[in-house]
Design a protein around this ligand. Structure first.
Ligand code: PAF
Length: 299
């Protein structure tokens, strides 16, 4: 049965009990951090976590520190009852659903101490949304601290590949701060037309939805060009997106997956990552795709 906790103390006690009561000597505990408004992309994460772990913990918390736009924070969909049903259906053992005051006493003055993600957190999404990745890193550090099981349990946390920049920041956070959590990644879940699933998609009109499909199309084009050893011509794709209606392109770039630095737009010889972000109607959408170089040079 899924148990729900709203305070740090109650959640910590529950995690400790769950680990102690496990028949395994060294149970694997999976954490699935979320901001709620769960969709089938999250369902994939929950299934993967359930399959790989003995104990599954999820969190539902809309983290104000990672929103640079107060309107976006205010309008972010909140549907805890629906989320709890989905979490129960996926066999989550314990859910941490704290209120704002529980996570950040004295907010907005607190928390005084926050994680600084440096240059990595200031590229692309970080440049467009100043402070976003510091906010993500701060809440993820707190969640890992609160949900981490006592030894000898092993702790892993699941994230979606869709937020590729977030993933790069979290991997670096775990490495730099020696957080004892193994990061696991679920590939992007797309709808039948290729749009990456996102909690924000519910706010797209039919017209916005059609426009939004051009984002994933651009990424598929880049992946096909990379695999066939052709020049990527990112600039040409940017021009095409800017000329087509309904999409206000922020960036389309090809980067090194580890440090998110832009790489040349010619032919790629190493695996790379394509990142795209655009405003479509009332929402900002992001998407990403792994680019694999051609196995052999084209004839
Ligand atoms: O990816 C998300 O939903 C959020 O950024 C996360 C990791 C739950 C932190 O608030």
């Amino acid at each position: 049965m899924t148990q729900v906790f709203h305070t740090v103390t109650a959640m910590r006690d529950a995690v400790e009990r769950a680990a102690q009561d496990s028949p395994k000597q060294q149970p694997v505990v999976s954490i699935v951090p979320t901001m709620g408004a769960l969709h089938s992309g999250h369902a994939g994460l929950l299934r993967a976590a359930r399959n790989s772990a003995d104990i599954v913990l999820a969190s539902v918390f809309v983290n104000p520190l990672q929103f640079d736009d107060p309107q976006d924070y205010q309008h972010y969909p909140r549907q805890l009852d629906h989320d709890l049903q989905l979490l129960a259906q996926h066999g989550v053992d314990c859910v941490f659903a704290p209120g704002l005051e529980e996570m950040y006493p004295g907010y907005p003055e607190g928390p005084l101490i926050r994680v600084n993600t440096g240059k990595l957190g200031q590229r692309w999404e970080g440049a467009s949304r100043p402070g976003h990745f510091d906010g993500v890193a701060t809440v993820v550090t707190k969640l890992f601290t609160i949900l981490h099981p006592p030894a000898p349990a092993v702790c892993e946390a699941w994230f979606g590949q869709k937020d590729a920049e977030q993933l790069a920041v979290i991997r670096r956070l775990v490495a730099d701060l020696n957080l004892p959590v193994r990061i696991r990644v679920l590939p992007i879940v797309r709808d039948k037309n290729g749009l990456a699933l996102s909690s924000r998609n519910v706010r797209l009109s039919d017209e916005d939805y059609d426009a939004a499909l051009s984002l994933s199309r651009a990424l598929f084009t880049l992946a096909a060009r990379a695999e066939s050893g052709k020049t990527l011509d990112v600039e040409g794709l940017r021009d095409h997106l800017r000329a087509s209606g309904g999409v206000d392109l922020d960036y389309l770039v090809v980067v090194d997956p580890n440090n998110l630095q832009e790489i040349a737009h010619g032919v790629i010889h190493e695996p790379a990552l394509a990142l795209i972000a655009a405003r479509v109607g009332p929402v900002r959408l992001i998407d990403t795709m792994d680019l694999r170089p051609a196995l052999s040079p084209p004839q």
